[in-house]
Ligand binder design. Sequence first.
Ligand code: ZN
Length: 239
Amino acid sequence: MARADTLARARTLDRPDLAYLVRFPAADGAGETELTWAELARDTDWVAARLREHGLTAGQRALLTMSGFEGFWGHAAIGALRSLKVTYGIAEAMGWDHRRTSVFHRELRPHAVIGLSAETLEGLSGAADLGELFRPTAVVLARPAAVPMLRAVGVPACLFSPLGPALALECPERAGAHVNAAEWRIGERDGELSVAAGEQRASPLAETPLGVAGRVVAGRCACGSDDPRVLFGEADQLS
Ligand SMILES: [Zn+2]
C-alpha cells in the first residue's frame, strides 16, 4: 500500500518529458511520433475548448467510445472531460463491444456520445433503431464513416476523428472537422490527407501522407476559429 511519505518522495522524482510513443496508420504502413506531457496538456486544453463549444459543462454525463490503442487522443479527451467536470463512461469502439455502448447509453443517459464508430452502429442496428437511440442525445461526435449513417436517421452528428497523431473535431457549425493549427500542419495532395508537426510541437514529425481520402478547408469558420477544417471522403461524397 502506498504511504503518504512514499507518495511525497515520489513527487520529488524527475518525470520524463515523454508521455507516449504514438504509432498511427499512415499511407505506407505505421507512422510514429512522440508525445510529451506538455504536448498532451495542450492537446487536452484544445479538446476541452472544443467540447465547451458543444455545450459540455459541469454535472453532465458523457460516453466515450475509443479503442485502447487510441490512448494518445483518448487521454486528451478524458482529461478534457475531467477538467469540464463531466462524468464519463468508456466503451470500446470496436464492433464486438457495441453492447457496452448500448448499456452505458441506457443507464448513463449521456449528454454527449464521443467517438462513435460505424462498427459500433452496425452492431447496435441489429437490436435497436439508431435514430430513436441517438436523436435524444444532445451531442453526438462520431467518426467519419459513422456520421452519414447517423445523419441519415435524423441525428445531427458532428465529425470526430483521429488524423494520424492529431485529432479532428467538428464544431457545431458542422462545416468540417477542426485541427489545432498551433500543433499540426494538415495537408492535402491528390485528394489524400497528410499531417506534420506544427510550430509549437517539440516532437518532430515530417509531412506524413495518411492514406485517408479528404480535403482541407482553410479560412475562418462561422464559429470564429481559424483552425483549418478537414472533410473526409472522396471528392464526390465528402462529409
Ligand atoms: Zn468551426
